[in-house]
Design a protein around this ligand. Structure first.
Ligand code: HEM
Length: 97
C-alpha cells in the first residue's frame, strides 16, 4: 500500500530542502529536483507544500517532464470528506457529496 499524506502533512514540506507538492492527488518529493528544474527554482518554491496541479498543467509540460515527475512520487493525497455544512473546510481537500 502506498503512503497517504493529508494536505496538512504536505504543507509541512514547504522549503527548498524539503519540498513536497501535490499534482492530480499524488504527492511528489521535489527536494532533489528543485535545482534541476528547467523552469527554475522560483516557480517550484511558489508551490512548495501546496497543490501544484494548475501551475504544472498551465505550462504544458512535456511527456519527458511527466516521466521525471513519476520518479518523484512518494504517495497519495488523503482526501478528507467534509459535510456540506462544515465551515472549516480546506478547498483543496473538499469532496462533493
Ligand atoms: C513538480 C514537478 C515538475 C517537474 C517534474 C517539472 C519538469 C519540467 C521539465 C522537464 C521542463 C522542461 C520542459 C518540458 O519538458 O516540458 C520544465 C519546464 C518548465 N516548468 Fe516545470 N516541472 C515541474 C513543476 C513546475 C511547476 C509547479 C511550475 C510552475 C509554474 C513549472 C514551470 C515550468 C516552466 C515555466 C518551464 C519552462 C521553462 C522554459 O522553457 O524556459 N514547472 N519543467
Amino acid at each position: 500500500m502506498s503512503t497517504e499524506y493529508s494536505y496538512q502533512d504536505v504543507a509541512e514540506h514547504n522549503t527548498k530542502k524539503d519540498l513536497f507538492v501535490v499534482i492530480h492527488d499524488k504527492v511528489y518529493d521535489c527536494s532533489k529536483f528543485v535545482d534541476e528544474h528547467p523552469g527554475g527554482e522560483e516557480v517550484m518554491l511558489d508551490v512548495a507544500g501546496q497543490d501544484a496541479t494548475e501551475a504544472f498543467e498551465d505550462v504544458g509540460h512535456s511527456d519527458e517532464a511527466r516521466e521525471s515527475l513519476a520518479t518523484l512520487l512518494v504517495g497519495d493525497l488523503k482526501r478528507q470528506v467534509c459535510a456540506p455544512s462544515t465551515l472549516v473546510c480546506d478547498n483543496s481537500s473538499f469532496v462533493h457529496n
